[in-house]
Design a protein around this ligand. Structure first.
Ligand SMILES: Cc1cc2nc3c(=O)[nH]c(=O)nc-3n(C[C@H](O)[C@H](O)[C@H](O)COP(=O)(O)OP(=O)(O)OC[C@H]3O[C@@H](n4cnc5c(N)ncnc54)[C@H](O)[C@@H]3O)c2cc1C
Length: 342
């Protein structure tokens, strides 16, 4: 490759995806600043390659070798950039580790992101699927972001509203997919902070510790304790967190299902629709703890698919398909995968 950029070819992605899938990229480059992206765009050969924008690799399934160019976001920096009466505005570079960033805010006494503690991955990927956990989504805290647009070769600034956030969704999964590389995200953290402990798990964890007016740090610690108990650590066992989104159905569909399955778990949404617990549906089909080849279903949480050792992307895909089909046949509900298939 003629480029002056430090491009690596036939590059193993095994340690750059939390499933631990051993796939190779035709070409790979670290992105430490926007100049690298400008240079890629200006290069006749590189600019023609298919792109994979990569953060921590915790929400992707590598289904095979990738024939294009991996742009690995590694830029760093966190800064308090502004404040007003209600908020502190903190900007973080896309390549910062998400949990490290949350800890940075808590160390300075800035509440607001504590419910999202211990989510793997990078700051730059947090808007892609509007990450959420324990009753809080990033859309409640994101102020704006900057991104390099491969189509115009310009740096865009997007407001919260521009991002079209929805449940595990944003503009970056649609119009701007593989086109906009998020470079930094600015969060508005509330000065008049209140804990968000609507979630029973968090409330119970705090109650068990005898805490009734928690600090942001204490909420973070409770979330970390719950997550550590429930979810497999990707460093020990390869996984991408929840593999399926919780399906949303109409009130009528939910009532019909409830008549057949009185134990079914569902949560009413502001628009009157219902969110079903995908983990419960999968569990009812008997998948918890089961495996198909080297790909398996985590024994403590049916929503998490795991690499039991040397699984290939296709093993994960086959297992996911088998689960989807069983849930469709039994409940008539279609599960949608949360990670991005590459
Ligand atoms: C154990 C575990 C628990 C998890 N728990 C949760 C949870 O509670 N809630 C939740 O929402 N998610 C959860 N996840 C999923 C995952 O951590 C998040 O989706 C995270 O934001 C992915 O970040 P990443 O940097 O690893 O993204 P990657 O996997 O590298 O990329 C994911 C997608 O984002 C795109 N992308 C990445 N960086 C950029 C960028 N800078 N600009 C543009 N596009 C980009 C990629 O192209 C890809 O399409 C969990 C995952 C694991 C393994």
């Amino acid at each position: 490759m003629a480029s002056r950029l430090p491009i690596q070819t036939d590059f193993s992605l095994r340690h750059l995806n939390t499933f631990g899938i051993d796939a190779k990229a035709h070409a790979y480059v670290r992105v430490d600043n926007a100049q690298t992206l400008v240079a890629v765009n200006a290069d006749a050969e590189l600019s023609q390659l298919q792109r994979l924008i990569l953060g921590g690799g915790s929400n992707i399934v590598l289904t095979g070798d990738f024939a294009g160019l991996v742009l690995h976001l590694c830029n760093r920096g966190i800064e308090l950039v502004d404040e007003d009466e209600n908020s502190r505005f903190v900007r973080a570079a896309a390549g910062e580790n998400w949990h490290g960033f949350v800890q940075w805010t808590l160390e300075r006494g800035f509440g607001g992101l504590e419910n999202l503690s211990l989510i793997p991955g990078s700051v730059g990927a947090s808007p892609i699927q509007n990450i959420g956990a324990y009753g809080v989504e990033i859309k409640e805290r994101l102020h704006s972001l900057t991104a390099f647009d491969f189509e115009t070769c310009e740096i865009l600034t997007l407001s919260n509203a521009d991002c079209n956030f929805a449940y595990r969704d944003s503009i970056f999964k649609h119009e701007l997919r593989d086109r906009a590389v998020i470079l930094s995200v600015t969060f508005a953290l509330p000065k008049h902070w209140q804990p968000s402990i609507r979630y029973a798990d968090v409330a119970q964890e705090l109650a068990a510790q005898g805490i009734d007016t928690p600090t942001a740090r204490q909420v973070s610690e409770a979330v970390i304790a719950i997550r550590t108990r429930k979810l497999p650590d990707p460093a020990q066992i390869g996984n991408a967190g929840s593999f399926f989104k919780n399906p949303v159905v109409s009130g009528e569909e939910r009532d019909a299902l409830l008549a057949r399955f009185p134990q079914m778990v569902s949560f009413v949404q502001p628009d009157g629709s219902y969110k079903l617990a995908a983990g419960w549906l999968i569990d009812q089909c008997g998948w918890k703890g089961k495996a198909l080849g080297a790909a398996g279903v985590y024994e403590k949480q049916a929503l998490v698919l795991v690499n039991r050792g040397n699984a290939k992307g296709q093993d994960i895909v086959a297992l996911a398909e088998a689960i989807r089909e069983d849930v469709r046949q039994r409940f008539g509900v279609l599960l949608e995968a949360e990670p991005i298939f590459v």
